[in-house]
Design a protein around this ligand. Structure first.
Ligand code: FAD
Length: 393
């Protein structure tokens, strides 16, 4: 089949890889002029890691990833108040765990395509017309083409979803948290291979030293309502306004904000769709079922969804209706449980009141006790899903 995949992030290239392997004619279209670079790091584990193993990119991910030696919670004065050893988490996942730049993960998957998939950068879909027999696509550039299937892998604010399923607000579950992630060159202090966190009522800041002298910050704060869209100045002004009075290193972090190499701000939201497909159009990754960064598994789930969708299409021998139904039946329950679990974690990231803050810090401290840690980690690092076998090429 001729398949158009919209979005070359994590889900898009993964789907392209498996569809190409199973003999489909794939086109990827990415809005950005090139693959995104820099940005935040993700913890990558679970069934998605197994998909990466099947693609054969795990050695590269380990090379390019980070192996942290400590997760540390500090007080306002910078002194350690609790900590644990992430190696125990990695052991809990039987070594199948890596912390890596999201853009490095995306590029590793994309490179596995060996330049064998038509990729159009700097364009997107403007209109989709599914007449039952094929999908007529009008691109933003004005080009018009036909495909047998169109898959939206274009992230949380998916254009494909808006065009084919309806406005985002109909499917969005707000978690009332905003997140800013950015990286700054030459920031001091640096703590190599330590994830340093400071949490107060209503906000949390995380600092991670990256290679080449860069430092990544991830700041979450309680926020209800709209955020400025596509306006970095307004977003940074909002961050300054909301983090004024926050202790620790925040004044100097905010002072260096204008030098950030990359800057991302968005609401922490989830996508709860009644269905992941309509006719010949389907969704995958954050576009279909964003679990939010609080789940710590959006990348892995995006890869699992892409893999299972490709397997379902291979098994259904061209019957896209059966394949789309199978894809959703296999995964919707798992993904929904991950989403619900993430909602329950919001207080652990951004406590609503002092009581929650104290409780959160106490639990974080207990993570340093091996028995408690094993109990907590052992449970959460097992994805209750068996991946279908690699489809025949
Ligand atoms: C701060 C932060 C921390 C996170 N931490 C983790 C973590 O620890 N572990 C984890 O697993 N996940 C984490 N996540 C979530 C993870 O990044 C996402 O779940 C994952 O990237 C989803 O992959 P995707 O391919 O569906 O979407 P994306 O990675 O968002 O990719 C979508 C792609 O589509 C492109 N695109 C967008 N619109 C269009 C359009 N109209 N036309 C064409 N192309 C378009 C985009 O440019 C992008 O390349 C985190 C997220 C954030 C924001």
């Amino acid at each position: 089949m001729r398949v158009l995949i919209v979005g070359a992030g994590i889900a898009g290239p993964t789907l392209a890889y498996w569809l190409r392997r199973t003999g489909h004619d794939v086109t990827l279209v990415e809005r950005a002029p090139r693959l995104r670079e820099g940005g935040y790091v993700v913890d990558f584990w679970g069934a998605g890691f197994e998909v990466a193993e099947r693609i054969g990119i795990v050695p590269r991910l380990r090379d390019e990833g980070y192996r942290f030696r400590e997760a540390r919670e500090v007080g306002g004065d910078g002194r350690r108040i609790a900590h644990f050893d992430p190696q125990r988490v990695i052991d809990g996942a039987a070594g199948r765990y890596v912390t890596i730049g999201r853009s490095d993960l995306s590029r590793a998957i994309y490179d596995a395509l060996d330049g064998d998939v038509e990729t159009i950068f700097g364009d997107t879909v403007a209109a989709l017309a599914d007449d039952g027999g094929r999908v007529g696509v009008t691109f933003q550039s004005g080009a018009e083409r036909e495909f047998d299937l169109v898959v939206g892998a274009d992230g949380l604010h998916s254009r494909v979803r808006a065009l084919a399923f309806g406005p985002e607000r109909e499917f969005e579950r707000h978690l009332d948290i905003a997140v800013a992630a950015f990286d700054i060159d030459g920031y001091r202090p640096r703590d190599e291979l330590v994830a340093v966190m400071h949490t107060e009522v209503g906000a949390q800041a995380l600092r991670i030293a990256l290679r080449d002298g860069a430092t990544m910050f991830c700041i979450m704060f309680r926020h209800e309502g709209e955020l400025p869209v596509d306006d970095v100045t307004a977003q940074q002004d909002l961050l300054r306004e909301r983090l004024t009075g926050f202790g620790w290193e925040m004044p100097q972090i905010l002072a260096q904000l204008p030098q950030a190499r990359t800057f991302y701000m968005d609401g922490a939201s989830q996508m709860l769709m009644p269905s992941w497909s309509r006719g010949r159009i389907a969704l995958v990754g954050d576009a279909a079922a964003c679990p939010s960064l609080l789940a710590g598994q959006g990348s892995a789930l995006a890869m699992v969804e892409a893999y299972v969708l490709a397997c379902a299409l291979a098994e259904a021998s061209g019957d896209h209706r059966a394949a789309f139904a199978d894809y959703e039946n296999r995964l919707a329950g798992l993904v929904r449980r991950k989403q619900d679990g993430a909602v329950g974690l919001s207080g652990a990231f951004v406590p609503r009141n002092r009581m929650m803050l104290l409780l959160r810090n106490a639990v974080f401290g207990l993570m340093g006790v091996p028995f408690i840690e094993n109990l907590a980690i052992g449970r959460s690092l097992r994805d209750p899903i068996e991946l279908p076998p690699v489809p025949a090429g």
